[in-house]
Structures are given as C-alpha cells and as structure tokens.
Design a protein around this ligand. Structure first.
Ligand SMILES: [Zn+2]
Length: 303
C-alpha cells in the first residue's frame, strides 16, 4: 500500500490526483489499461491498478468483488460491458484499502449495492488520519455499503452460491473471503497475496495471527483444483497458499524467539530472520523486513 493508495479519491478529483502525482509519484491513472481474464464461463478477473477485481456474470446481473481506484471506474465499467450487457447489481469489498474500495462511490451511483463487513463500513465512514497528519476523508454516502454482515453472508445469483466469509483481524479488521463453491474459486483480498511477503495493516486492525488463521481457512476450503485469486499477484492453487503460511509462521516464530530474548525491533530486523525464506516468495523486495517489523509489533503487543 502506498500512501496514495490509502486515499479514497472522489471521482473527477483530477487536481488532487495531479498534486499527489507530484508529491508521491502514484500511477498515472489515465495510462492504466484494464485487462480482462476469463477464469470460467461466467467468471472473469479484471486487472488494472490496485487489487484484482472479480466479475460473476449471468441473467441476475453482475456480482463484482472490489472496485480499485475511483479514477478507473469508467474504464472498469466499460470492461464489464464488454463481457455482459447486464448491470452491476452487487459489489463486495474484501477490505477497506483504497485500491479495493476507491470506486465504491461511482459504482454506488451507477446503482450497485455494496456489501461488506460491519467493521469495514465503519472504517470507510471513520477513516484513520492520513500519513501526512491530515484527517482521513470519509467515503461519501453513495459509496458506503448498504448491506453489512457479521460472520457470514450467502448470496445466490446466476446459478451460483456466493459465500462471504469473515476473516477476523487479518490484513485489516474487515477482511472478507469470497468463496464460489460451484466454480471452485476463492478470492481472498489482501490477507493472501501471491507476490511479496504477507502484509498486516495494524492501524486498520490487522494482526499476524489473524492472517495466519485466514490462510488456514483458505487451505481448509480449497481442493487440489481450487483457483485461489489473491488481492495482488497471479491466481494460484492451495500449495502456494500453504507455502505462504509456512513463511508467515516461520517468521512469526523466529521473531517470537528473539523477542523472548529481549531483542529490540532493530536488533530483530538486523538478525535477518527472513533471509533464507526470500527464495520461497515471489518479488520479496523489502517486504520481508516490513513483515518482520509487523510481527515484532504484534508480539510486543501480546498478540
Ligand atoms: Zn490491502
């Protein structure tokens, strides 16, 4: 997540986007192309900038998972129109981050009903302060979820059962896993990602243990042929998720041992407990250190 990615940019706020581009170098949304990938006869993913979008089509209308950034909404709506003439009826947000919820207001105004965990709706309405210290920008009413749920919500559309399953305090405190048992597809949002190390947004209620438990919940539902579509990175199978969980557990346990020896955060980072794990992570970059620091903070907080 970049700073810019946390913001929920109102549609048409080009001046603000230009200012951000100058200050922080986020993507030039005008150059972003939406790529459509067919996963099953009536199921597609859309990749543009930000989290991967899921699209279930059929006579009942479109069910969509996440919305990417607000400036991309017209392109995303056009990409959906290329697949089906049906309207976008329902959207579920997998978590609060702006690269997954930024388009909510636009799609809400187009008539879609947005669904999320109760915790996620609260965070959209009462966002954390921005990194520069300015107050967070609440999601306008048209973009707030109209339907919320606690532990689980099941929809039946287009001949498919759609299970929205709460994943408590993982990447954030509002994470949802979306399971399509008839299609053998699971979408995870960002509590699982097939590139980089795990990422826990503690400021938005995430926790390392919750993330590890969430990965276990995915593995437990997945069969050998289940397509697991992460928030970021390519579609994978359950063995990739199991590897990711092994990496998360190894780091958490190694950091715990150092914490119990009284090491400081910087001493734990200097120990490079993730060095031998980089080979098991696609595009690790500096995300190993980030996750080590997150694990340290959680363990110090007694989680
Ligand atoms: Zn995220």
């Amino acid at each position: 997540m970049t700073k810019a990615a946390r913001l929920m940019l109102p549609f048409g706020a080009l001046v603000l986007i230009a200012a951000l581009a100058h200050a922080q170098g986020p993507p030039d949304f005008s150059k972003v192309q939406i790529r459509t990938n067919k996963i099953a006869d009536n199921f597609f993913t859309l990749d543009g900038q930000g989290g991967t979008i899921g699209v279930l089509t059929g006579p009942d209308g479109v069910f969509m998972v996440d919305t990417q950034f607000a400036p991309l909404s017209e392109k995303i709506a056009a990409a959906v129109k290329q697949i089906t003439p049906q309207p976008i009826r329902f959207i579920v947000n997998t978590h609060v981050h702006g690269d997954h919820t930024g388009g909510d207001e636009n799609f809400g105004k187009m008539g879609a009903t947005i669904i999320s965990r109760e915790e996620l709706r609260f965070r959209l309405a009462h966002p954390n302060p921005q990194n520069n210290g300015q107050p967070g920008v609440p999601m306008p009413a048209a973009g707030l979820p109209k339907q919320t749920y606690g532990n689980r919500l099941t929809l039946n559309m287009n001949g498919q059962e759609i299970q929205l399953i709460a994943v408590p305090r993982a990447h954030t405190d509002g994470d949802t896993m979306v399971f399509f048992p008839g299609l053998d597809i699971i979408m995870t949002g960002d509590f699982y990602r097939s590139i980089q190390y795990p990422n826990v947004d503690r400021n938005n209620g995430g926790s390392v243990q919750g993330l590890i438990d969430g990965l276990g919940a995915v593995i437990g539902r997945a069969g050998p042929n289940t397509k697991i579509i992460p928030g970021h990175g390519p579609t994978v199978d359950r063995t990739a998720v199991a590897t990711h969980r092994d990496v998360a557990l190894a780091i958490r346990n190694r950091v715990a041992a150092l914490v119990s020896q009284g090491k400081t955060e910087d001493e734990v980072v200097a120990a490079k407990v993730n060095a031998d794990l980089d080979a098991r992570v696609q595009e690790p970059g500096t995300t190993g250190e980030r996750f080590v620091r997150q694990a340290y903070a959680d363990l110090k907080a007694g989680r």
